[in-house]
Ligand binder design. Sequence first.
Ligand code: FAD
Ligand code: UDP
Length: 387
Amino acid sequence: MKRKYDSIVVGSGFAGAVVARELAERKDEQVLVLEKRGHVAGNCYDVRDKHGVLIHQYGPHIFHTNMKRVYEYLSRFTEWYDYSHEVVANVNGQMIPVPFNLNTLSMVYDKEMAQSLEKKLVETFGEGSRVPILKLMEQEDEDLKAVAEYVYEHIFLRYTMKQWGQKPEEISPEVTGRVPVLLSRDNRYFQDAYQGMPLHGYTPLVEEMLSHPGIELSLNTDAKDVVKLENGVIYVEGEPFDGKVIYTGPLDEFFDCCYGRLPYRSLQFVFEHLEMDSYQEKAVVNYTVSEDYTRITEFKKLTGQEVPGETTIMKEYPIPYTDSETEIPYYAIINDENRRLYHRYLDLVKEYPGFYLVGRLAEYKYYNIDAIVERALSLADQLISGK
Ligand code: FAD
Ligand code: UDP
């Protein structure tokens, strides 16, 4: 009997959608996409709430990249709303730009002090530099130490404790390094060459990507009920399958967490609809010294949607990830021990050459959208060229 599908893609987030599209379009494959949820776009899913406001169900997502290939690729499936993301931190009621930059410096120190600190910072690191907080804290100079301490105490300590349950120096340095001290007056959260929001949202973008005659989508389908790995053979619905399986879900879950659960942080999102034009000055306000939530997002300021007299906001409460039935694994907790555990799971797939892993969950990495799209395009290139 002829095989019905050439490839099976598990997950319809950016990782799955890009690979499915590429295999269908460039390799003329028949691709089946299995998606556990009732919708596509993974954690980038957006939808109108009952008041008509476009919200991001799984946390605020802003697209940004320096990779021209990624930007141009996504631009095939969407137009863009030209948006540059700016964030402020609410520090005891004062709203200060984050990442901490030279504008922030002049808001928290008096004029003379700010000028002298600016001079020293620029002399030490160079104008325009991006200095990770943990690096700034290593400085011997008393003035630089004082700035480092201010930033650590007022921007990083409490936010990181809430987000990770650990202090900044206890987590992987790349994480706090994502939000460096910026020696410029650029208030944007990201300095990437391309940034913006998909004009009609992420869900229509991904729907467009999956809209191809070679792609069949099965929503509400857990791959674990369809795909099994046994004695070096991939089975699909009980039959040996000699096509490819591209898996973008959590690796431990696929093996019933047989070595124990891979650690993640999860989030609880609390949405509120308010009858007012504007709730806060920027789309995202971080609460870096108070509150139990980390940040508040006001969606219409992200998307540019016009909704007079009404707005929807969302608070993010970080929680431990303990149960895959009721919680979602959002952030891999990357450290040596957890990477070792991940590698034990990786060993389990080694005897299945037709089983490929790509995505933030499957690779247990802290990837932004652009990095995932790039990874997925590279995997597709490899599968298409057969190398
Ligand atoms: P996902 O989007 O998680 O997709 C995986 C899909 O696989 C899901 O739909 C899931 O349901 C499905 N799946 C899992 N297991 C199975 C199974 N057994 N069977 C069938 N389907 C399965 N990146 C940015 O660039 N900018 C941002 O502003 C940004 N903000 C973020 C905010 C938050 C709160 C979080 C958590 C992440 C943020 N990211 C951001 C990162 C971004 O969400 C990811 O890079 C991107 O969603 C990864 O896509 P993915 O396809 O790898 O994973
Ligand atoms: N962070 C912080 N205070 C802030 C912003 C970020 O302490 O105001 C730290 C925190 O540890 C966070 C990390 O920097 O997890 C990365 O922040 P980013 O905004 O990139 O996180 P994401 O948007 O991916 O949740």
